[in-house]
Design a protein around this ligand. Structure first.
Ligand code: SF4
Length: 417
């Protein structure tokens, strides 16, 4: 039977299931756009988009779909690789546009996340992805969120078009190291992926510049570009992953790097591990990512929190792990320390630090004042000095970890504030 003739619902089931391995679908950070004046369909905010995330951090408010799970590539970690024995299906761009509109009107979704296996060749696939977004935007004035995956080795001219219609574009680096990519995705090339990200960065920068000068210059990928790394499929340790992510943020001005714990797939290739890494490892990497983006840590400092194998502890968060290793930086005086030092205190989040900085302009802070800004003041006590509190020999204690993180279920949370 021709795959194209399968009923729509059957294809939807296959292609939505095939897309579930991609984590990079969060819809944050795009431009305000709606249809409240009666023009167009959809909205990127308010009642339109509810930022619903599954407990593991994945966004669940988008229609997340592959255009096709046919693929001419043979990436070992991918269930859609050409040697995989899965049921295949394919949508035409018009069909995906129709489904998106139908689901949107029923209030099932707030937007579209569209990726694809590579059919025929990279250019053709990229054209089909762009065409889907074009139909939605141009023919239906769809104003909901669109995230398009781009194909790195497609013609840069076609890749650039994606940003004209999509809020966010992404190109997956797939694996943290070039060696890992060569081994597990032999058809892909780290240099080509880097080049495509660079092309997209330049297009975004140029478009931003044009909008500053010309009020009617078109929006271009207002939610920027992101990428995804698979964790645990190759031998890369956490320090290497964090370092790669930090380089990507710096070089390509990415909005987000997403981490996806490798999940074993049916008929897995023998070069893959048999078990998925613990999900908490993915969580620790996200916390490290936040340390770099919002807490002033460098990737080298995050790596210092890792063990001698380069792995972050799973039982405590990386900020606490760093503080326990570098106790000479503590205690921090809540009334005098600069913002950078306060951000290093385990248990203090960015909001809590902002509130401390604001409150201490008007009064001298006591421990009770900080109690409202953290999940547990008992846990930050070893690391801070207040008007009525000075820890005595806490940071010299060999059992400090047990005091501040008695068990991993009740451990100090990095973003508590
Ligand atoms: S290019 Fe690789 S990762 Fe992407 S669908 Fe094909 S086999 Fe899977």
């Amino acid at each position: 039977m021709q795959v194209a003739h399968k009923p729509v619902l059957e294809r939807l089931k296959i292609l939505a299931d095939a897309a579930k391995y991609d984590a990079s679908c969060a819809s944050s950070g795009t431009a305000k756009r709606d249809s409240q004046n009666g023009k167009g369909i959809g909205s990127t905010e308010g009642m339109g988009i509810c930022h619903a995330y599954a407990p593991d951090g994945r966004c669940i408010s988008l229609l997340k779909l592959l255009l096709t799970n046919h693929c001419v590539f043979d990436c070992h970690y991918c269930v859609n690789r050409k040697s995989s024995n899965v049921e295949r299906a394919r949508f035409a761009p018009q069909e995906v546009a129709d489904l998106t509109l139908a689901f949107y009107k029923r209030n099932y979704i707030e937007g579209l996340f569209l990726s694809s296996g590579i059919i025929r060749n990279s250019d053709h696939t990229m054209e089909q992805l762009v065409e889907t977004a074009r139909i939605l935007r141009k023919e239906h004035d769809f104003r909901g969120y669109i995230h398009l995956k781009t194909i790195p080795d497609a013609d840069p001219g076609i890749v650039r078009q994606a940003g004209l219609y999509a809020d966010r574009v992404s190109i997956n680096v797939e694996l943290p190291t070039e060696a890992g990519l060569n081994r597990l995705a032999p058809d892909k090339d780290a240099g080509v992926i880097d080049g495509a990200m660079n092309t997209m960065k330049q297009a975004i920068v140029e478009a931003k510049d044009a909008r500053k000068r010309f009020r009617h210059a078109p929006r271009y990928a207002p939610a920027g570009q992101s990428t995804q790394m698979i964790v645990g499929a190759d031998g890369a340790n956490d320090a290497e992953i964090v370092n790669r992510a930090s380089t990507l943020y710096g070089q390509h001005r990415l909005r987000r790097v997403y981490y996806s714990a490798f999940s074993p797939i049916p008929d897995a290739s023998a070069v893959l591990p048999l078990k998925r890494p613990p999900l908490i490892r993915e969580h620790r990497l996200y916390q490290s990512d936040w340390l770099i983006r919002f807490y002033g840590f460098s990737s080298a400092e995050v790596a210092q929190a890792a063990d001698h194998h380069g792995m972050l502890p799973l039982d405590i968060d990386p900020k606490l792990a760093w503080a326990l290793k570098f106790r000479e930086h503590f205690p921090v005086d809540l009334n005098r320390a600069p913002k950078e030092a306060l951000l290093r205190v385990p248990g203090l989040g960015t909001r809590g630090v902002a509130q401390i900085l604001s409150a201490r302009r008007h009064r001298v802070l006591r421990l009770d004042d900080v109690a409202k800004l953290t999940v547990s003041v008992a846990k930050i006590k070893p690391f801070v000095v207040a008007a009525d509190w000075r820890p005595v020999l806490f940071t010299d204690r060999a059992d400090l970890k047990n005091i501040v993180a008695p068990d991993c279920n009740r451990q100090l949370e990095l973003f508590a504030a």
